[in-house]
Design a protein around this ligand. Structure first.
Ligand code: GCU
Length: 674
């Protein structure tokens, strides 16, 4: 239940230098994250080192001091070293038997306390003195929780926030979730589904929202809300009912202004709104022939006096006709949003999924990141493994995320990494950052699997610092979660690093997307479901060819939506990396890859190789018997055995499908002979 915040006692075999026994907390208001930091330090040191600490207000000598920079300076004068603190950052020094944990603000102090405790829990007693600052201001989590307690694309049980149309009474789990998120620097949670329900705005639910905010506030985690665009006409209990939801209608503007004021009365520090509009059947500004910017700004103006933000989703597309060779869902976001660049208010952030389709096992970086120069942008990642095995498959996601965060868009032929764009550095934007769909639930493991929690942990760490090494992040998580035994850390991390490449191999490679059932479950193999429907996740596989022609010269023109250098790379088969070949090009099954193999032979080989790697996970895990407590060992083993079997189901379904459709034999004679 504590996730990576177990504070397990250090093994007796380790000896460590003394740690101060006094904690000086420079703010004793119980709702302050600084107060929480003090409590957390006391609890952590007690559990990890078996040492009791006392709160004192006395001298700094031999103390752990935690507070904001302002409080520190007014109590002790300046910090001896020059400290470069940015918004929400912290200074951590363990030099000279004094531990200084100084936040730029209250939240920053809590982040610093968690960092110090993470060091202790990993038996790291090195002397340090450094400032750490988050890379971007928006570090949010989205929960797709419905008010009835179900969670869209959630695999870890029911909602911790809602049941029966309202907010649950017991918010203990909410506090625990906020604690986990704060420990990795997350500063807000949008608690309800992007496919939102207007009834979240009833007075009773606004009060419940207030209780959630009160519960998370001591952890510095703000609450945010997803809105249903047509709420003014939905007969929300306790609110006026209008006949229109046109974003330019004065009555509608007043309606949202009133509702927003009511919310801020109960939740003065609401983070803001998340809006999915004119997408997948949701109402939106386009219903009234208004632009998406006009829709976003409706909420921006209501929030502006209160300091709130609108995260407006770029996931907007229409159903398409596959008989049109040039139709392409991947073009939708740029088509809709590029013409609106500069029309969004300053407190709007356009929230862009990492790729142009939908959380696939591999996608090129969304070209929208390179098409908004006067608009704030955030990336949307997905911790819940919707298309990636739904937590029954081990898939460590940060290496996938890095293919996008580290991607260089070459805007104006200059280095322009996606992570710099969303941090606001490239275009000098005031806001930007990260959102991830996490979808924890009431399950004791939170996500439905012990190992999947590494993705949640790593998400926070990367949103704080996207240049951190994802292997090291996993090692830290593993030590905090399963203990310091080097063999355990190495084995679990090794499995994690093999997991995404293996999943890609057996679920859909060369950029063809996750060949899953896209119509309903998004689980298990179903390559035929990709085509002959309006969703636009097509493979265009026939008897001789497959892949989407997204070139400018002969296809959908998508490659031309990138800046020139990148566009040229993808336009040409020769310079397109093999792992995105079928994303950009429609080719014969006998097309040769850079490896010299044909596309079809690569398909066969990769699916066998991926499933073979997945077979080893349970075996690798079993070598840890006795080194991990029985319950977690058994539960995870069960899932890894399931994955071993299911990877074979994946392999066989896909290789047989392409063998049948192409009629091309497998050089190794494995396919079609069972
Ligand atoms: C995916 C997902 C939906 C979700 C949508 C979104 O398509 O399957 O459940 O509503 O993305 O991000 O809005």
């Amino acid at each position: 239940l504590d996730g990576w915040l177990r504070y397990a006692p250090l093994p007796a075999s380790i000896s460590w230098p003394s740690v101060p026994k006094h904690i000086v907390v420079l703010n004793t208001t119980k709702t302050s994250p600084v107060y929480t930091a003090g409590q957390e330090l006391q609890r952590g040191i007690q559990n990890i080192l078996g040492q009791s600490c006392h709160f004192s207000s006395g001298k700094p000598d031999e103390s752990i001091i935690v507070g904001t920079l302002d409080a520190y300076v007014s109590t002790y004068g300046n910090i001896s070293q020059s400290v470069d603190l940015k918004d929400e950052g912290f200074w951590l020094s363990t030099e000279n038997n004094i531990v200084q944990i100084v936040g730029q603000n209250e939240r920053g102090a809590l982040y610093g306390a968690f960092e110090y405790l993470s060091m202790l829990a990993q038996a790291n007693f090195s002397s340090v003195a450094y400032a750490s600052n988050p890379d971007a201001p928006i570090r949010w989590v989205n929960q797709w929780d419905n008010l009835d307690g179900s969670i869209e694309r959630g695999y870890g049980g029911a909602s911790i926030f809602f049941s029966n149309g309202t907010i649950v009474n017991n918010l203990t789990r909410v506090a625990e979730y906020a604690r986990l998120l704060a420990s990795v620097g997350i500063n807000a949670v949008v608690i309800n589904n992007v496919n939102a329900n207007a009834s979240i705005l009833s007075p009773q639910n606004i009060d419940g929202l207030g209780r959630i905010a009160d519960t998370m506030r001591p952890y510095g985690v703000q609450v945010g809300l997803s809105l249903y665009f047509a709420s003014p006409t939905s007969g929300v209990q306790g609110q006026a009912n209008l006949t229109t939801f046109d974003p330019l209608d004065p009555q509608v503007i007043t309606w949202w202004g009133n509702v927003t004021d009511q919310i801020y009365e109960r939740v003065p520090d609401l983070a803001g709104y998340l809006v999915k509009a004119s997408s997948e059947g949701q109402p939106g500004p386009i219903t009234y022939n208004r632009t998406l910017a006009q829709g976003a700004n409706l909420f921006a103006k209501a929030l502006q006096p209160h300091g709130g933000r609108v995260l407006f989703r770029a996931f907007v597309y229409n159903q398409l006709n596959e008989s049109d060779w040039k139709a392409d869902r991947a073009n939708a976001a740029v088509d809709f949003f590029k013409p609106l660049d500069g029309e969004f208010d300053e407190n709007v952030v356009v929230q862009i999924k990492y790729g142009p389709i939908d959380f696939q096992v591999r996608e090129p970086a969304s070209p929208l990141f390179a098409n908004l120069f006067h608009t704030n942008a955030a990336i949307e990642l997905e911790v819940t493994q919707e298309y990636l095995g739904q937590q029954t498959h081990l898939v460590y996601l940060p290496p996938l995320w890095n293919t996008v965060l580290d991607f260089d868009m070459r805007i104006d032929n200059k280095t322009s990494l996606v992570r710099d764009i969303i941090a606001g550095r490239t275009f000098n934007r005031s806001l930007g950052g990260y959102a991830a769909v996490v979808n924890v639930g009431t399950n004791q493991t939170w996500l439905g699997s012990h190992l999947s929690m590494a993705n949640c942990y790593a998400y926070g760490r990367l949103a704080w610092n996207p240049t951190e090494d994802t292997t090291k992040i996993h090692e830290d998580w593993s030590r905090l979660t399963f203990g310091l035994d080097q063999n355990v850390v190495d084995t679990i991390t090794h499995m994690a690093l093999e997991s995404w490449p293996a999943y890609e191999n057996y679920s859909g490679n060369l950029g063809i997307q996750t060949l899953t059932d896209i119509l309903y479950t998004h689980f298990g193999p179903n390559p035929q479901s990709q085509d002959n429907n309006g969703w636009g996740q097509w493979t265009r596989a026939d008897h001789t060819t497959m892949g989407m022609d997204r070139t400018v010269s002969n296809g959908t023109g998508y490659s031309g939506t990138y800046p020139p250098e990148v566009a040229a790379m993808y336009e040409n088969i020769e310079s397109t990396p093999d792992n995105l070949l079928l994303w950009f090009h429609h080719v014969n099954y006998t097309q040769k890859l850079k490896s010299g193999k044909t596309v079809i032979q690569h398909f066969y080989d990769a699916h066998y190789a991926g499933a073979e790697t997945a077979q080893t996970f349970a075996q690798q895990w079993q070598t840890l018997a006795g080194k991990i407590d029985r319950q977690r060992f058994d539960e995870q083993l069960y899932q890894l055995r399931y994955q071993a079997g299911h990877s074979i189901v994946w392999r066989d379904a896909i290789v047989n499908f392409y063998h049948n459709i192409s009629g091309i034999a497998d050089e190794s004679g494995r396919v079609g002979n069972h």
